[in-house]
Design a protein. Sequence first.
Length: 287
Amino acid sequence: MIEDLLKIVTKRFNDDNTKSEPEQPKFKCPRCQHTITEEHYNELVKVCPNCNYHGRMTARERIAITVDKESFVEFDKDMKSCNPINYPEYEEKQQELRERTGLSDAVITGEATIKGSRTVIAVMDSRYMMASMGSVVGEKITRAFEFAVEKKLPVIIFTASGGARMQEGIVSLMQMAKTSGAVARHNQAGLLYITVMTDPTTGGVTASFASLGDIIIAEPKVLIGFAGRRVIEGTIKQRLPDDFQLAEFLQEKGFIDMIVERKKMRSTLSHLLKLHGYVPENDTEVL
């Protein structure tokens, strides 16, 4: 009887100790199901250590690991979209997203340096309506290119989008032509444009400025395409390859120039900028 009582007391003691030490939040890789703590996952810049899955990052997280510390100057920070076709509850949805994400819309643009080399940079954020391209996204990207032409700077864009924003109707589709025209003027000025495609880059963004880079980079195994897989299979009445629309498949077909892992992206971009003559001012390089 005493032994039974001792077991009960010991169990309660152990249970209390367990409760006093809350378990750390975990991340489970959607590709290989490997589980690690969220803290470790963030330390690895959101890359699975088991299968190299590259998770989605916020725009500010991406900027923080790409540009030189305290070098980023944001453009058009407070630009917000209206409701051009009076789509029901669109304004309320926008306000809720602004409060939840801290963004004014689905892209952040600005000027920064990467290891000392000046560049204009834009980063799309999939948390905001899947980074769909509406009037504000198109306008901010167009203005970024116009600034780059004026200052004779290269442009780097990290794309991640579900395509056009249906809530803005034809206005969103017009952004494809507008951004493409801005890219063309930048190209005619003889300036460098680098696209970095991240997961996912689809729809009208893929069909416009994302595919017009002088150099097109992608992270490993990201989804890139225009229409969805099921739509294409239904149209051509054929089964597509299993790796269809993955970065590696597109590189094999010549659409992607290079696939770069996240931990090597900053160095790769810096190297490309220097190769094209965008050297650090006063020949000072930031590590």
